[in-house]
Structures are given as structure tokens and as C-alpha cells.
Design a binder for this molecule. Structure first.
Ligand SMILES: *Cc1c(COP(=O)(O)O)cnc(C)c1O
Length: 372
């Protein structure tokens, strides 16, 4: 017996989306971001499908270790870096590249005697105020790192954009200007060789698509690889991206209700007319958003019908007025090719990132790929 709720992961779409990254950033090396189980799509599956990538990025050390243990040999960058000695040991043992963003990490580096053991990205905080050195600390950090025997190769330089998904917001231009100015100041102090060999990286998906001046040596696409637009005003289709995840289930019951009948927990929905109700086997226990409002579109046999009543753990309810012939067993799509996840996210007052990341263990995964 298999679960009625399943997600199809389309690896052809994933590879297509990598080509779209290449189209927007033809001169950059690409570091697909596969943190958080590749945004819910399966980290090993995605890494295996994108083996041609120049590197992968994960958030945590343990994610990188699991990729290495699974036999992934690409460069792996740990975006949060290490936060204790054990994690630093793992970075060295499993040959992971790490972001260095704090003096705490720097001191841990300085305490290690090994030679040329680890490649790094030195992170500048250009205004997000999350991770990274401040501009005024950056040269000190760079110079101290240059004297660390542990570091292999040049010190690569990066920052992260906070507002790139808001295309009119000039914060992004200020962040990029601060990054460029800081590097110019840094290299005014340094030799030409270090300037030539240090790689830079700024752009996430929103940077790649909307901010060409954020394109440098390396780009770090996440959400766009999964076929999803980072912008609130459009969907992946606008950028010629293809959805990688489709979420599906089926109708498990159909029943006629009378005007005045209430539906679901707390009876938040009252029928204003005789209603043919469909019950679908999907709920927040599968990762369908509990806050999806009445009216959120659902596809039954490929046709849109509205969600009504509260989303519960295992089920949702829909109004089958436009689908009077629908029967138990009929197929239901919650998001995917013909129903943009961006639209569902808006109906649930969230962003598509949380929907794909939130798919639970109970959902059966079916891989789709035309090449093996
Ligand atoms: C998650 C992350 C990305 C990818 O962001 P998207 O918006 O998914 O493209 C890039 N860089 C860093 C540092 C990140 O944490």
C-alpha cells in the first residue's frame, strides 16, 4: 500500500533550470544551493542530477558531510561555516569549503597547525546584518587569514543580498557598491596576484535574474533551480523556469451538503448553497499549508476548484460545483505544472520556499527523468 499523497520531482526540469542560470550568468561559475534537503526536493537526488555544477552550497556542516559520505566529489561550500571545534574537524576531514564570517571562527583557524587544508570564502556583511564582517573589520580579517597556514589557495570574497527580490529597492545597489568599494580598498593594500586570484560571489536567484551588476565570478542560485520565481510579482514561467516539484493526491470521498451545513474543524465554512463537497487526502501532515485560505485553487482532474473550510492534518475539502462528475479516486494536484506554487503561497500568506521545504516524510517521492 502506498500513500495517496505524492510529490513528483522532475529532474529534467531541474537541469533545464540550470541552463536558465547559465543563460543569465554565462560567464559565472555556478554553485547550486542545495541546503535544507535541496529545498525539500532531496539533496542527494539533486546533487546527483546536477553533477556538472562547478560546486554545491549547503547551509550546515552536517549537510556537507552527508553529501561526501554519499560520494559527491564536487566542491561543497558551507554557507554558515563552522561554529564549534567538532564542525571545524569535520570540514577538514571531509574536505569542505567554508565561509568565514566571524572573529571567533578566525581564532579557531589560527589555532590550527595544518598546512593548506581548507579553502574559504571570506564574507562581508553589506547590510543584511546577519553573517559577515563589517567593512571596517574586513581588511584586518583578510590579513589575519593570509597568515593562517590552514588556508589553501586564494581567499575568496562574498556577500549576500537582503532585498534583491524587491526590484525597485535600491538597497541592493548600495550593498553591491559597498562590496566593490571594500574590495577596491583591500586590494589597494595588497599585491596584484591576490587581486587576480581571489574569486568573488554576490548573486542569489533574485540577483541572477534582476540585478546583472551583481554577477561576478560565482553565482549561488537556490529557488530558481527549483523552477520558482524569487519575486512576489511573477512566477517561474515568466523566467522560462520549469517547476521541479509537483504535489499530488486524490479524492477519497464526495458528498452532497445542504445550504447551511458547516465544513471542517470549528465549522469555519458554512455552505451558502447546496454543495457537492470533495475530500482530498492531503493536509498539513504532508506539508500542505494550514493557512491556505478558502478559495485557494486546487486541481481536480486538471480543473480548478476552490478549497473551502480549514486545512486539517490529513485532509482538505473542496467545492466540486464545477466538477459534478468527480469521484473518489480522481486525481488532485496541489501545485506543479498547471498550478503555480507561487499562487498557492500567496493564498497561504507565505512564500514558496516554505512550501517546498515543508514537504513531510509521509509524502511519497516519484522521480521523473528522461535520462538515467
Ligand atoms: C539560501 C542562500 C542562497 C540562495 O538563495 P535563493 O534565494 O534561494 O536563490 C544564496 N546565498 C546564500 C548565502 C544563501 O543562504
Amino acid at each position: 500500500m502506498t500513500s495517496p499523497a505524492y510529490a513528483v520531482i522532475n529532474l529534467d526540469a531541474l537541469r533545464h533550470n540550470l541552463q536558465i542560470v547559465r543563460k543569465f550568468a554565462p560567464n559565472a561559475k555556478i554553485m547550486p544551493v542545495i541546503k535544507a534537503n535541496a529545498y525539500g526536493h532531496g539533496m542527494f537526488r539533486v546533487a546527483s542530477a546536477l553533477q556538472s555544477a562547478d560546486a554545491f552550497a549547503v547551509a550546515r556542516v552536517d549537510e556537507g558531510v552527508r553529501l561526501r559520505k554519499a560520494g559527491i566529489t564536487n566542491i561543497i561550500t558551507v554557507l554558515e561555516g563552522f561554529s564549534c571545534v567538532n564542525e571545524l574537524e569535520a570540514i577538514l576531514a571531509y574536505q569542505l569549503d567554508t565561509v568565514v564570517h566571524s572573529f571567533t571562527q578566525l581564532s579557531m583557524f589560527e589555532a590550527r597547525p595544518e598546512l593548506n587544508a581548507c579553502s574559504i570564502w571570506l564574507k562581508l556583511d553589506t547590510g543584511m546584518n546577519r553573517l559577515g564582517f563589517k567593512a571596517e573589520e574586513f581588511i584586518t580579517a583578510f590579513q589575519r587569514l593570509k597568515h593562517c597556514s590552514l588556508i589553501k589557495g586564494p581567499i575568496n570574497l562574498m556577500t549576500h543580498l537582503a532585498n534583491a527580490d524587491i526590484t525597485q529597492d535600491t538597497t541592493t545597489l548600495k550593498q553591491i557598491a559597498l562590496f566593490n568599494d571594500t574590495i577596491t580598498t583591500l586590494f589597494a593594500d595588497q599585491t596584484i596576484e591576490s587581486k587576480v586570484s581571489c574569486a568573488c560571489s554576490i548573486a542569489n536567484s533574485a540577483g541572477i535574474l534582476a540585478w546583472p551588476i551583481s554577477l561576478t565570478d560565482w553565482v549561488r542560485p537556490g529557488i530558481m533551480l527549483y523552477g520558482i520565481s524569487p519575486f512576489p510579482e511573477n512566477t517561474g514561467e515568466y523566467w522560462q523556469l520549469k517547476p521541479v516539484m509537483g504535489l499530488h493526491s486524490r479524492l477519497i470521498a464526495v458528498k452532497p451538503l445542504l445550504k447551511g451545513d458547516k465544513v471542517g474543524y470549528s465549522g469555519t465554512w458554512t455552505c451558502t448553497k447546496p454543495t457537492q463537497l470533495g475530500i482530498v487526502a492531503i493536509g498539513y501532515g504532508d506539508g500542505y499549508p494550514r493557512h491556505a485560505k478558502a478559495g485557494t485553487p486546487v486541481l481536480v482532474n486538471g480543473q480548478r476548484v476552490p478549497l473551502i473550510g480549514r486545512v486539517s492534518m490529513d485532509m482538505i475539502t473542496v467545492d466540486l460545483e464545477s466538477q459534478p462528475m468527480a469521484m473518489p479516486g480522481d486525481s488532485v494536484t496541489l501545485w506543479g505544472n498547471d498550478l503555480a506554487i507561487e499562487e498557492i503561497a500567496q493564498c497561504a500568506d507565505t512564500i514558496p520556499y516554505t512550501l517546498v521545504c515543508g514537504i513531510t516524510q509521509r509524502v511519497r517521492i516519484i522521480e521523473h527523468s528522461s535520462t538515467i
